[in-house]
Design a binder for this molecule. Structure first.
Ligand SMILES: C[S@@+](CC[C@H](N)C(=O)[O-])C[C@H]1O[C@@H](n2cnc3c(N)ncnc32)[C@H](O)[C@@H]1O
Ligand code: SF4
Length: 466
């Protein structure tokens, strides 16, 4: 059998080593020859606006959106996302759109908050929108607490005053554990936040040092316990493939996080980009086999699934009260109002995006929400969107696939996915569930669905008929 080997394999305990080998084995087409799916070619989902750009320029996008907002069903709920691109310092491993504020911190945080309030006011002026029920308000980043308490209070106040926010609305915030002190807990609680996404990454102190986390893992755990003590839902971000990370260390992290009461886990595989190239170079990660990251990714999913966590997004495992409301908005057919630099939102089948920081802050005005542009999904993209939403949710309904792709294409595609263990019978007896292989190859699965539905078949198409 042509299964590649990595020394990390020997460090994975049973039953996970056997399961990881089986998942890897399932990627093979035949006993000889190249695998049907190569772990080196992991692809993440690509939004529609990346696939074909934003044909509508900013002014046109805003015109279309205003019409859209007035014709959309008034009872359709929405989620609100607000992007804060600031952090106290910049972590070398990070590939997010965020930058450290040092000099002129006050000026940037105040002026950015003012721009956000201007944009919020403009959206809120669209009366049907402001009356629609809000499911979740999610402050992402970056590290939103970098704005400072007065600015955060102002934003929460403006959102609360302008939108139909009520007891049903979950207020959530992304943060580092080191930004959470007693004052932060008290202020956030008073502001109504009840959900935290904490970027733990790893609890192992050697790994934390390598990635520049300032406080020890034990301190991060205490913060999670503190938040749980306040009754909040805690979701943690864990990265696989960090320098010095071992299977034993990763399992220990997951066990301690589960014991601390974390109800959600977002598992990321360390991504290389132009933002963190120096970090990859200095930790010799450029030559690290991707297989190692795949094995650690497998291990994390299998261990959490064994503790009763289930996927509600392809890379997010949840149990208890964690409904991951913001990330699952498309599954409920809700709209997303996105506010702030680089954020992208969607109303019905119209997508829009904001530009980077400098352009955003130059552009926003009482008449202009500071957009980059927009696009409406075509009827074919609409159909694919339904498949995309299912795959991203970790659950695939064969009937929907048949309806959209036609029975023959859907059967061929599902056979391939079953053969290579991308999907498996759902333990709840309702269709097919995405496996860990499926979570790793999510981008390829979406590509295959696109190719299946398009009239021109890609060169590798016959492979789908295997
Ligand atoms: C927008 S960041 C905000 C997190 C928060 N500021 C913190 O540092 O804890 C969300 C998550 O993206 C993930 N992330 C950042 N850089 C990454 C990279 N290069 N590869 C994979 N995941 C990454 C991390 O798990 C991080 O917690
Ligand atoms: S990991 Fe978090 S704190 Fe670090 S730069 Fe990225 S967003 Fe900022």
């Amino acid at each position: 059998m042509n299964i590649p080997f990595d020394p990390v394999f020997d460090q994975i305990p049973e039953p996970y080593a056997t399961r990881a080998a089986a998942q890897l084995h399932a990627l093979q087409s035949h006993s000889q020859g190249p695998p049907a799916y190569s772990v080196d070619q992991r692809g993440l989902p690509v939004p529609v606006w990346v696939r074909r750009g934003l044909p509508d320029e900013a002014g046109r996008a805003w015109e279309v959106l205003q019409t859209e907002l007035h014709t959309a069903p008034r009872e359709r709920p929405l989620c609100i996302y607000l992007h804060v691109p600031f952090c106290d310092s910049h972590c070398e491993f990070c590939d997010c759109y965020a930058f450290a504020l040092r000099r002129h911190r006050e000026r940037h945080t105040q002026s950015y908050t003012a721009h956000l309030c201007t944009e919020i006011g403009l959206w809120a002026g669209q009366v049907p929108l402001s009356r629609r029920p809000v499911t979740s308000i999610h402050f992402g980043g970056g590290t939103p607490t970098t704005l400072g308490w007065a600015n955060l209070e102002r934003l929460v106040g403006v959102l609360g005053a302008h939108f139909s926010v009520g007891p049903q609305t979950e207020w959530a915030l992304e943060t580092t554990s080191s930004s959470l002190d007693e004052e932060a807990f008290a202020r956030l609680h008073a502001l109504g936040f009840r959900r935290l996404h904490i970027g733990v990454q790893s609890l192992q102190d050697e790994v934390r040092q390598a990635i520049g986390r300032r406080e020890p893992g034990a301190a991060a755990l205490q913060k999670i316990e503190r938040a749980r003590g306040l009754g909040w839902i805690v979701s943690v971000d864990v990265i696989t493939g960090l320098p010095g990370q071992t299977p034993a260390g990763l399992l220990d992290d997951l066990d301690r996080l589960v014991a601390s009461g974390a109800e959600g886990f977002s598992i990321y595989e360390l991504q290389h980009s132009s933002h963190n190239h120096r970090f990859f170079e200095s930790h010799n990660l450029l030559s690290q086999p991707v297989l190692r990251r795949y094995l650690l990714f497998q291990l994390a999913f299998q261990h959490l699934e064994a503790q009763g966590y289930t996927k509600n997004v392809f890379n997010h495992l949840a149990r208890g009260r964690d409904r991951n409301l913001y990330f699952t908005f498309p599954q409920r057919g809700e709209d997303l109002l996105a506010i702030g630099t680089i954020s992208d939102g969607v109303f019905g089948n119209y997508h829009y995006r904001h530009p980077e920081y400098w352009d955003y802050t130059r552009q926003v005005s009482p008449h202009d929400p500071g957009l980059l542009g927009g696009l409406r999904r075509t009827p074919q993209e609409d159909r694919l969107h339904r498949i995309e939403v299912q795959l991203m949710s970790g659950h695939v309904d064969p009937h929907t696939l048949g309806e959209i792709l036609g029975e023959d294409q859907a059967t061929a595609l599902l056979r391939k996915w079953l053969k290579h263990h991308m999907v498996a019978a759902s333990p709840h007896g309702d269709g097919l569930a995405l496996t860990t292989n499926g979570a790793w190859f999510i981008g390829q699965l979406l590509q295959e669905a696109i190719h299946c539905s398009s009239s021109t078949r890609p060169p590798g198409w016959t492979r789908l008929q295997e």
